[in-house]
Ligand binder design. Structure first.
Ligand code: AMP
Ligand code: MN
Ligand code: MN
Length: 317
């Protein structure tokens, strides 16, 4: 049983590094800090390395203990959370590759299984939900602090319990977390409702130029490098834009492009009913989940738009 291997490796290791995907979201940060808190509780030495992360998560326990880099040459054990592919490991693939043992815990169907032990469940709505069963198996008690981190990942990755990925267990786990004193309503408001003035302004720009193509089945918009620089946007400030397109009646696929500092575009895809956007993104070297996926495309705006839309069109009914 893989959970036996994972437990054994964690027990054996003296220094552990926790890594997650670039442009980390609530599930990435929540799962990393939940595991960090759990390892700390069992007396293990661990580092969480995340070079850039959204301020919105600064209410999470152990947030100040996140490291931007590490002086450690080699870890006994590296654990990658919520990351489908070694290329997305935040530029920290070498910590992972250099570690004696490598564990991958994730819920992306497109996971490339890049660890020695891969605990991947695509049916789980969030990596944080998978961690609950890992902690249970290892006999680690989920206290209020760990629970706050776990609830953050579950709430963000399920869009506030709205996605079709939600299972009865999702509510059961959340009910347990409520019982432990985790403030679900406050987390929900912090991570899904409140936006900064900057976020409001970038949404205004993106929505203003949103187009509806293919009889309104595709919503498309973008933001430029210049706009992001002028507004001094930080990691995560663009979150939420792609969902606006998805929520318009008749839209099946929403596409949002964000120009990258180094050139090219990061594309975010969301779908409603039947298009598997992970399949679309796999064609461009990306991936994700059936209804939420992404990829990077190194082309000028018009060409990128044309390529992504013509690929998406093939999946429309
Ligand atoms: P995003 O649109 O960035 O919020 O990403 C939506 C989902 O797709 C997340 O689960 C990501 O982990 C996944 N994803 C985004 N970009 C990529 C990529 N380049 N390669 C693989 N998966 C991705
Ligand atoms: Mn994630
Ligand atoms: Mn996730």
């Amino acid at each position: 049983m893989i959970l036996d291997n994972i437990t054994e490796e964690i027990n054996k290791a003296n220094n552990i590094v926790i890594l997650t995907h670039e442009t980390p979201d609530g599930d990435a940060i929540g799962s990393s800090l939940a595991l960090y808190g759990a390892l700390k509780a069992t007396g293990k030495k661990a580092d969480v390395i995340i070079p850039e992360y959204p301020q919105v998560f600064s209410f999470l326990p152990w947030y100040e203990e996140i490291k931007k880099e590490s002086k450690e040459e080699k870890y006994d054990l590296a654990i990658s959370l919520d990351c489908s592919d070694i290329k997305r490991l935040n530029g920290f693939a070498e910590y992972f590759e250099n570690a004696k043992t490598k564990i991958v815990i994730d819920h992306h169907g497109s996971n490339t299984m890049f660890g020695d032990y891969n605990y991947v469940n695509p049916n789980s709505p969030a990596t944080c939900e998978i961690l609950i069963s890992v902690f249970e198996y290892m006999g680690i008690e989920v206290n209020k602090g760990i629970g706050t981190c776990l609830a953050t990942g579950i709430i963000t990755d399920t869009g506030g319990f709205r996605h079709s990925t939600v299972k009865p267990e999702t509510f059961e786990f959340t009910a347990e977390l409520l019982n432990k004193g985790v403030n679900i309503s406050s987390i929900y408001r912090r991570v899904l409702q409140i936006i900064s003035m900057k976020q409001f302004e970038i949404r205004r720009i993106a929505l203003n130029r949103m187009e509806f193509l293919e009889d309104g089945k595709i919503a498309f918009t973008y933001i430029t490098k210049q706009e992001q620089e002028e507004m001094n946007l930080q990691t995560g400030d663009h979150e939420g834009i792609v969902e606006f397109g998805r929520d318009v009646e008749g839209v099946e696929v929403s596409i949002f492009l964000r120009e990258l500092p180094e050139g090219g575009y990061k594309a975010s895809f969301r779908s409603n009913e039947y298009v598997n956007v992970s399949d679309v993104c796999l064609m461009f070297g990306g991936g994700g989940h059936p209804k939420a996926a992404g990829c990077t495309i190194l082309l000028p705006l018009e060409q990128a738009k044309e390529k992504l839309i013509s690929q998406t069109k093939m999946y429309l009914k």
